[in-house]
Design a protein around this ligand. Structure first.
Ligand code: ADP
Length: 339
């Protein structure tokens, strides 16, 4: 078999010319030596006009960009571009003494972040604050004089309801953020460790409900790339449901396995189960089963919507199989990566 020899300088040249990130290289005298097409487009200049010129002269009117060249070592700073665009600039001095500046256009990204902030502020202000106020006043009522048994009972109900509302608002904010295109983190994640952590977190709830949790993991489990807090939330939501809708003295089985392409995780309970006619709705926003036994258990009907949104945003999928009266198995799949 003939071995293909890849010339790395050709590869770097290809990346240099075709990447969407701007790249500028200056020599140790801070004279621009190279600029790629993306950087030329971002800065609105032509390569020929700037190669061979000193950065102090070229970027006099853009002190932040100039600063990226003038500083030593690794440095990061937002750089204003023409036409009200914004780039994140990263600079480093390489061994040859050349200064390399990378420019990543983050205009849309920052836009989304700003919109997300505005949205969450509105929800936080219009919903969260009044809900917290109700909780706070409910706490105060008990401090001003003795309450009779009924008053105490109803006060307790108010507190429980405000806690539930708080949870619901938190999920709503989260869902709104994700649906508004919030960028996710992309870090390597070992799902086996994440599952173990969530199981520890829900230990008390499981004990209260008298259910056991059994974990079985393929080891080593392929790594997935994703947003750790969000994927933790998916597992927490599935496990929380499994515990809430289980019968006492039954066992919930969490299983994770995978291959070089995909990682799977399933949460199987021996609980109430889901009637066939409702299976297609349970991932819908605020859908809760009509089953009396489910209605008795508190919930906002958002846990599965949030889980599905997160999994889909990671390029994965989530599904359920269930038998009424026998239990349900929720499984999600995420693309695996080789590390
Ligand atoms: P919530 O649990 O707060 O109602 P979810 O979005 O997490 O909201 O779930 C939606 C509905 O799906 C639940 O109300 C319930 O009817 C059904 N469901 C979810 N998980 C299970 C499960 N493990 N067993 C039985 N029903 C479930």
């Amino acid at each position: 078999m003939t071995k293909t020899v890849l010339d790395s300088s050709l590869i770097y040249e290809f990346i240099f010319r075709s990447t969407a990130n701007g790249i500028l290289v200056a020599n140790s005298e801070l004279i621009i030596r190279r600029i790629n097409p993306a950087a030329a487009a971002m800065l609105g200049v032509s390569g020929e006009n700037i190669v061979g010129k000193p950065v102090q002269e070229l970027f006099r009117k853009n002190p932040v960009l100039l600063n990226l060249f003038l500083r030593d070592g690794g440095y990061k700073q937002d750089v204003q571009l023409p036409h009200q665009r914004l780039a994140q600039g990263v600079a480093e001095t390489v061994k040859t003494g050349e200064r390399v500046v990378l420019l990543q256009d983050v205009t849309e990204h920052r836009d989304i972040e700003n919109r997300r902030e505005a949205l969450s502020k509105v929800i936080a202000h219009d919903l969260r604050n009044p809900v917290s106020a109700i909780g706070g006043f409910a706490d105060l009522v008990g401090r001003f004089g003795d309450l009779n048994d009924n008053q105490q009972k109803y006060l307790q109900r108010i507190k429980q309801t405000t806690n539930k509302l708080n949870e619901l608002v938190k999920s709503l904010v989260d869902l709104a953020w994700m649906e508004s295109g919030m960028p996710l983190e992309h870090v390597p994640i070992r799902l086996d460790e994440t599952v173990q952590k969530v199981v520890n977190d829900v230990k008390d709830f499981a004990q209260k409900q008298e259910v056991h949790i059994a974990i079985s993991m393929q080891r080593p489990l392929p790594v997935v790339i994703g947003d750790l807090p969000r994927l933790t939330m998916v597992i927490r939501n599935l496990l929380h449901n499994a515990i809430a809708y289980s019968k006492p003295e039954t066992t919930i089985a969490i299983h994770a396995w995978g291959n070089e392409h995909e990682v799977f995780c399933s949460v199987a309970d021996r609980g109430i189960g889901i009637i066939d006619s409702e299976l297609e709705f349970i991932f819908d926003r605020m859908y809760r089963s009509r089953d009396e036994r489910i209605r008795e258990i508190s919930g906002g009907g958002l846990g599965l919507t949030v889980a599905q949104t997160i999994i889909k945003r990671h390029g994965g999928n989530i599904w359920v199989s269930s038998n009424l009266g026998q239990g349900s198995t929720f499984t999600f799949m995420l693309p695996a990566v080789e590390i």
